[in-house]
Design a protein around this ligand. Sequence first.
Ligand SMILES: CC(C)(COP(=O)(O)OP(=O)(O)OC[C@H]1O[C@@H](n2cnc3c(N)ncnc32)[C@H](O)[C@@H]1OP(=O)(O)O)[C@@H](O)C(=O)NCCC(=O)NCCS
Length: 148
Amino acid sequence: MKVRAARPRDLPAVSEIEEASFSAPWSVSAFRTLFQRDRVRFLVAESEDGVIGHAVLWYALDEAELANLAVAPEERGRGVAGVLVDRLIEECRAVGVRRIFLEVRESNRVALRLYRGKGFQEVGVRAAYYQNPREDARVLRYDLPVER
Ligand SMILES: CC(C)(COP(=O)(O)OP(=O)(O)OC[C@H]1O[C@@H](n2cnc3c(N)ncnc32)[C@H](O)[C@@H]1OP(=O)(O)O)[C@@H](O)C(=O)NCCC(=O)NCCS
């Protein structure tokens, strides 16, 4: 498995994973606009069979938001998301980002375990942040170690 920057030709596979992963999936055009934006990291994980996961992070100054992360259902539980998150943290370090924020459904135990395992801390709740079903978001933050 390798992780690399997404390309436009990955969009059909990314969209399929997205649709299988979320009740309110991003559209293909939402992903496509990322290629025109600065300060965005849109990564895919790829195996011999093709794209098996994707991650999107954007940043401004020293803060970033992990905006999307999904792995194909049949590929879950093998560390793919962990590798994507590690890579995003690395890329943040390279551009001087100090803090990464994200929101996650409070019922999403798997994602919460993943992020806590990576060192994200819970810093707040956004009430009724999600629809379909309506649900609170936990807000998580990761502080990058200060370089000496
Ligand atoms: C959340 C998601 C991205 C995790 O992807 P993944 O590749 O299966 O995750 P990994 O295999 O890297 O697992 C990393 C950690 O997540 C947790 N985890 C993964 N699968 C789990 C499971 N079935 N049950 C409990 N915890 C699990 C574990 O803590 C694991 O760490 P460990 O292996 O050290 O125990 C994937 O389940 C997914 O796409 N879900 C739907 C979309 C989604 O919820 N995205 C996140 C939105 S914030």
